[in-house]
Structure formats: C-alpha cells, structure tokens
Design a binder for this molecule. Structure first.
Ligand SMILES: Cc1ncc(COP(=O)(O)O)c(C=O)c1O
Length: 441
C-alpha cells in the first residue's frame, strides 16, 4: 500500500463515489504536546449511520464496490481507508480505524492501529522493526510475557537477540546500543511490576544518536505519561488494562509514525497484515466508548493510590510508589508526567517472602474485602498479585533478582469503587489484623 497517512483521515466517502475516490483526505490535528485529553477532544468524531451520537459498528468482514475497477485500485493501494475505501476487515475496518485514531490522539502519534492483544502489538512491532538476526536492547524489568518473547521466542524463531540492561543506568544502556546493529531500544514507561520510571527524553536522545528506534510500553501509565511527546518513536499498549477498565476485554495497540503503521499493514511485508492479530469491530466499538472517561478514571486511580501508599507507609509497610516523595524516581516522574493525572494507579508492597505476601493478600481479600487476588490491572476494583510467582514467573531467579523483583512483592492495582475512606477502613483493618497476628513488616 502507498505511504499516505490513512489513519488520520477525517472525510467520509459517499458510497456512490467510487470513481473520483471521494476527494482529498484531511488529517486530524496532531497534538504532539500538551494534555492528551485535549488531543482526544480534537479527534474526529464519528456519528452513527442514522445520525446517532455514537458511531455505527461496521460488523462486516468484507466490503462491496460499485465498479469492478475499484477493487483493482484498492489492491494497488490507489484507494484506501484514508478515503473510506475498505476491502476486508483484516486489512482495515472502519470501527477499528476509529479506535485507532483515538489511540493516536491519546499518545500524540501520527498514526496507530489496534490489535487483538497487547502481546500481539508488541510482537508485531518488534518483528517489523527487526529483521532476521536483528539486535534489541531492552530493560531487564519488563512484563513476564515480553521478557519471554525477547529471551526465548524471538532468538529461537528469528535469531533476534536482546541485551538486557538496567534502564536507569544510562551509561549501561548507551554502551549496549551498537550503531548499525541495534534496531530497537525497548522499555516500559513505568515497569511491571517494580514501578521503576524510565527517563524517556534522555533514553530517546541516546538511542536516536545511534539510529535506534525507541519503543515504549505505556500500559501502566496511559494519560499520566505520553512517551511519544517525550521523544519516543513508538508506543505500545495492552488495552486490556486501564484503557479498557472493565477487565473484560483483551486488546492492544501500536501507536507511532504513519510510515511504521503503514509498513505494518503492507500487503507483502506487514506484520499486522500478514500475521493477522485483528481486533473485532464490536470490541473496537466497546473500547472507543470507554476512552472519553479514561482521564477521569486515571485521576481517581492515581489519587487513591497516592492516599493509600502514604497511609500504608505510616503503618510501617515497605511501600513502593513513584508518587511518594522518597521514591528514587519521584522527581523524574514529576518532570515528565501530565500533571492532572497524578502518578499512576499501581502500588507495590514488599513483604519480602512469598509466604508473607500470600498472607497479606489473603487478609486483604478474605478478611478486609478490600480487593481481589487476580492478575491484570486497571479495573475499578483493586486487583493484587504476588508478581514473582505470577506475572513475572517467566523470569528465572537470577533474572528476577536483577530486575529487582523480591519474592514477596505484592503488586496492587488500586480501584476506585466505593469511597476512599470506606476502602481505607477495609485496608487498614486487614493490615492491623495481619500485624497483630505476628507479621509486622
Ligand atoms: C506491561 C504489559 N505489557 C503487555 C502486556 C500484555 O498484554 P495482553 O495481556 O493484552 O496481551 C501486559 C499484560 O499483563 C503488561 O502488563
């Protein structure tokens, strides 16, 4: 397909308008700086077929044309989704494209495309950027699935190798990147599960000096951080988390330059086009109805996380939260975050051993009714898991130690259901009982 910025088209085509291609495609305003909420409000609003305030769901797998010649022109890349010409929903679907435009606005990138999961977005972008034998420099502290993809799957299947680094050690990162060899610097804006904050502007500067593409997973901090506005090239998301907010959908997105997104949709060479991790249009509709209140939800997640982290610390627990002033990355996060959205909705409590972590979670769920023992994050209820034995279990003991994952680390995604004081009472009650039964930290 051609190199047009199809993802940002704003003009709808008249259905009988095959011949002239429906006119010139317009671009939505690209907000590369400022508040993501302002960018989202400026994105094209799609109305329903009958004038509905919500768009219609385009549930078709395939699309018809008025003239046979149109089909040839669409496959030749002369007519595309930028002018509202659609072929087949693995290629492009209008409803998925609408959500993709919202994701591009959220992250301040030229383009975006949504996928069936966060992992498919991550795997596809890495495969697109690194050919066989490519080299990646990546943070040691990554979601377990991504870590396994880089340490086991990509080396075996594509001979793509990864040097893992301490992302806070800029010298180490710089030394690991080899000009002409390293294709990608991969990191999480706020790391899973240790909540380490990456210095995105400085890391991007170092990478760009050596021609390396910076890919940032922003799953833990949508609205709070805008990696592309801070200098990163590509932002990936597991939409399954905060963006969805309902713990009911698995989805992902790649946000980046139009040239990259277009290359990923290329008929001959595109990882998204040819591997086919396609998002269903009904899922895309659901998600696009949730994005307008993502900012409100993030504010509340962050406000409660800060309140609970502050109070838990006073109770003598070993709390990790980058919103706390004594967190080693607090000033860095303060210098980068979008002020209205706080410091994020995740906190960790280090209980040192798995046994004590399990006791804490058991008390919180079954005595205090404070939250649920479950992996994942971004739900309105609090979710908690012991990372070392769950979402980071793909890392071996040495890798976990290097990543700073203590066996007793409990990751908590703070929900916003109920009132803050009601939830604090439940939390405090459970902790007090735990401490009384001899497990004071
Ligand atoms: C930071 C991060 N990135 C990516 C993923 C993978 O996303 P998904 O489960 O949507 O494939 C996860 C999942 O837990 C995650 O926590």
């Amino acid at each position: 397909m051609g190199d047009t910025t199809f993802v940002l088209a704003t003009q709808k085509r008249n259905r009988s308008d095959d011949a002239d291609g429906g006119g010139e495609a317009k671009k939505q305003t690209l907000h590369t700086s400022g508040d993501p909420a302002a960018a989202l409000a400026s994105a094209r609003h799609e109305f329903g077929e009958h004038g509905g305030v919500n768009m219609s769901i385009e549930a078709s797998a395939t699309f018809t044309v008025m003239e046979p010649e149109t089909m040839r022109r669409m496959f030749a890349g002369e007519l595309g989704p930028d002018r509202d010409f659609f072929i087949y929903s693995r290629h492009f679907n209008p409803t998925v494209l609408n959500l993709s435009r919202l994701m591009a606005a959220l992250e301040g990138t030229e383009a975006a495309y949504c996928t069936a999961s966060g992992m498919s977005a991550i795997a596809s972008v890495l495969l697109q950027l690194c050919s066989h034998g490519g080299h990646v420099v990546a943070s040691r502290t990554l979601y377990g699935g991504t870590h396994a993809l880089l340490s086991h799957f990509l080396p075996r299947t594509c001979d793509i190798s990864t040097s893992f680094v301490e992302i806070g050690d800029l010298e180490m990162v710089d030394e690991a990147m080899v000009e002409g060899k390293t294709k990608v610097l991969y990191l999480e804006s706020v790391s899973n599960p240790t909540l380490t904050v990456a210095n995105i502007p400085e890391l991007s500067r170092l990478a760009h000096r050596k021609g390396v593409t910076v890919v940032v997973d922003n799953t833990f901090a949508p609205m709070v951080l805008s990696p592309a506005r801070l200098g990163a090239d590509v932002v990936v998301h597991s939409i399954s988390k905060f963006i969805s907010g309902g713990a009911d959908i698995i989805a992902g997105a790649v946000c980046g330059p139009a040239s990259l997104v277009n290359s990923m949709m290329d008929l001959q060479q595109g990882a998204l086009m040819l591997l086919g991790p396609t998002m269903n249009a009904k899922v895309a509709f659901e998600l696009s109805e949730r994005i307008p209140h993502l900012g409100l939800r993030m504010k509340e997640h962050s406000q409660r996380a800060l309140a609970f982290a502050t109070r838990l610390k006073k109770l003598g627990l070993k709390v990790i939260y980058p919103g706390l002033e004594d967190h080693p990355n607090h000033q860095l996060l303060k210098s980068m975050h979008n002020k209205d959205y706080g410091y994020g909705g995740l906190i960790c409590i280090d209980m040192e051993t798995e046994e004590r972590a399990n006791k804490l979670m058991n008390h919180l769920q079954n005595y205090g009714q404070f939250g649920f023992m479950a992996v994942s994050l971004g739900y309105y209820e609090t979710l908690m898991s012991c990372s070392g034995s769950s979402t980071s279990s793909e890392l071996n003991s040495e890798e976990k130690a290097l990543a700073g994952i203590s066996p007793g680390l409990v990751r908590m995604s703070i929900g916003y259901i109920g009132t803050l004081e009601q939830k604090w009472n439940q939390l405090e009650k459970a902790i007090t009982r735990l401490q009384e039964t001899g497990h004071k930290n």
